[in-house]
Design a protein around this ligand. Structure first.
Ligand SMILES: Cc1cc2nc3c(=O)[nH]c(=O)nc-3n(C[C@H](O)[C@H](O)[C@H](O)COP(=O)(O)O)c2cc1C
Length: 466
């Protein structure tokens, strides 16, 4: 057992007093090796303590008073607090090392001692603070780039490093299902560009008029503006029948390829290379242009090149098209839906994250019928029944298990619409049930909290919020 001894002492405490005090505490702790003696910063120069540490064959460590104050102790002392500013030195010093306290504080005339047991296997160390800061900076400052590419080639060595990063990604059963198709040929890129343009037009046509205007100002690809395009593909069958971890969830193969793209993207950012992911394609069409074998599927199409600069925030945020979801919305504690407070979070979002001025109008049809209701271009149909409806981005399947859950789902829908630039929600109740009423109520609460206007369709229930 590896032990740590925490010691609090007055200046000039003799070695013999410390030795007797600590010997008693160690006898109570049982057999073990003392690795560290820890005291408050400033007392490490005490000769008695230095001699004690040497006699135990241990290392003398210190902890700052602020660090000690962070650890609640079982035996706090007002007198110690008065002298040192912290309610305990001996016990807090033990706890500050990550040890478990096994002998609480013992006293002699001028000193205190406590003993802790260090974890048998110390946790692996992380990186130094400044190294961690770089990792977090690269993650935060990675951008999807579509503008400002320079007419500069991508150096082969740089490209190799970036591809190496992609290729180091984790993958299910180490199946490494990705490949990287490097495309520089302009004729090929023109064909790919035509596909993206057609999909762009189709998407624009699907938008309600107010949203279409905003979309027209967005650039969604840089296929011809970059010297290099990379098609990242996935071979779903790679590795054969017994790939570890894939049998129950085949999607893990595509997840693996997507992670490779993220690795590549981060490494590119670190090299100062811009990357823009284009998904305005029907996968089969782009696979045909690239002449991919039938068993190979496209996962991501990337436009890569040197850029003038990296914007501080995503373009969709800067243009007011969409907003970032606060992290607290995404973190549930122990069971789904248990979050700090979804309404408080929505209020917070309303204060600092939602770009809804003049935002899009959406009619949310609670309990509607996708077959008929989706003909209305601004309609979003919320289906509450237990059977899953056919996939359609105009349909939100929200089979609430209780009315309370339905309220929460309503709040969530409203605030997530706000994140996507919706400024006005019109609520239509297409069916009458406790869940439908509750979900509509949640929509109103969520919209109000986010500062989104929410009205009931004329003829429906008479509520409205600014
Ligand atoms: C799977 C995927 C597909 C994307 N497709 C496109 C696209 O077709 N066109 C586009 O302009 N951006 C596309 N993006 C970029 C996102 O819009 C961008 O990641 C998001 O707005 C956040 O911005 P950031 O990457 O700069 O942080 C895509 C991103 C991902 C992850």
């Amino acid at each position: 057992m590896n032990l740590v001894v925490g010691v609090g002492l007055r200046a000039g405490t003799p070695y013999q007093e410390l030795r007797d005090l600590v010997a008693g505490a160690l006898a109570e702790a049982g057999a073990g090796t003392v690795r560290y003696v820890v005291t408050v910063a400033g007392r490490e120069t005490e000769p008695g303590l230095q001699r004690l540490t040497a006699s135990l064959g241990a290392e003398l460590q210190t902890a700052a008073p602020e660090e000690l104050a962070r650890h609640p102790v079982p035996t706090p002392s007002q007198a110690v607090e008065h002298l040192t500013g912290v309610p305990s030195v001996a016990e807090a010093a033990v706890l500050a090392t990550g040890a478990e306290l096994v002998v609480t504080k013992r006293r002699s005339a001028q000193a205190t001692a406590a003993v802790g047991r260090l974890p048998e296997v110390p946790p692996a160390p992380g990186y130094l603070a400044e190294e961690r800061a770089v990792v977090h900076r690269v993650i935060a400052e990675r951008r999807d780039v579509r503008r400002g590419f320079l007419d500069l080639p991508v150096d082969d060595e740089v490209l190799l490093r970036v591809l190496e990063a992609g290729h180091r990604a984790p993958s299910v059963g180490l199946s490494q299902p990705w490949d990287f198709l490097l495309i520089r040929d302009v004729a090929t890129r023109r064909k790919v560009h035509e596909l993206a343009t057609a999909q762009r037009d189709a998407f624009a046509a699907s938008l309600p008029a107010d949203r279409r205007g905003a979309f027209d100002g967005l650039k969604i690809e840089a296929i011809l503006d970059t010297p290099l395009n990379i098609a990242v593909t996935c071979d779903p069958g790679r590795g054969g029948r017994h790939v570890l971890g894939r049998h129950a969830d085949p999607r893990t193969t595509w997840f693996s390829a997507a992670i490779a793209i993220q690795n590549l993207w981060l490494a590119a950012r670190a090299e100062g290379l811009g990357v823009g992911w284009v998904s305005f394609f029907a996968p089969d069409e782009v696979a045909a242009v690239l002449n991919l074998p039938a068993h190979i599927e496209i996962v991501g199409y990337l436009c890569v090149g040197h850029v003038e600069e990296f914007a501080a925030a995503p373009e969709l945020v800067r243009t007011g098209w969409a907003a970032r979801r606060p992290l607290a919305w995404a973190v549930h504690h122990e069971e789904w839906g248990r979050r700090a407070s979804i309404v408080d979070d929505a209020v917070q979002a309303g204060q600092d994250a939602v770009p809804v001025a003049g935002g899009q109008r959406i009619t949310v049809i609670v309990g509607g019928d996708p077959a008929t209701d989706l003909k209305q271009s601004d309609a979003l149909v919320v289906v509450l029944r237990a059977e899953k409806p056919a996939a359609d981005f105009g349909v939100l399947w929200r089979p609430a298990r209780t009315p309370v859950e339905a309220v929460e789902l309503g709040v969530e829908i409203a605030r997530d619409l706000a994140m996507q630039g919706v400024g006005e929600i019109v609520v239509r109740a297409a069916g009458q049930s406790a869940e439908a009423d509750a979900l509509a109520r949640g929509l109103r609460v969520g919209a109000s909290a986010c500062g989104v206007s929410c009205v009931d369709e004329p003829g429906g229930m008479a509520h409205s919020s600014p």
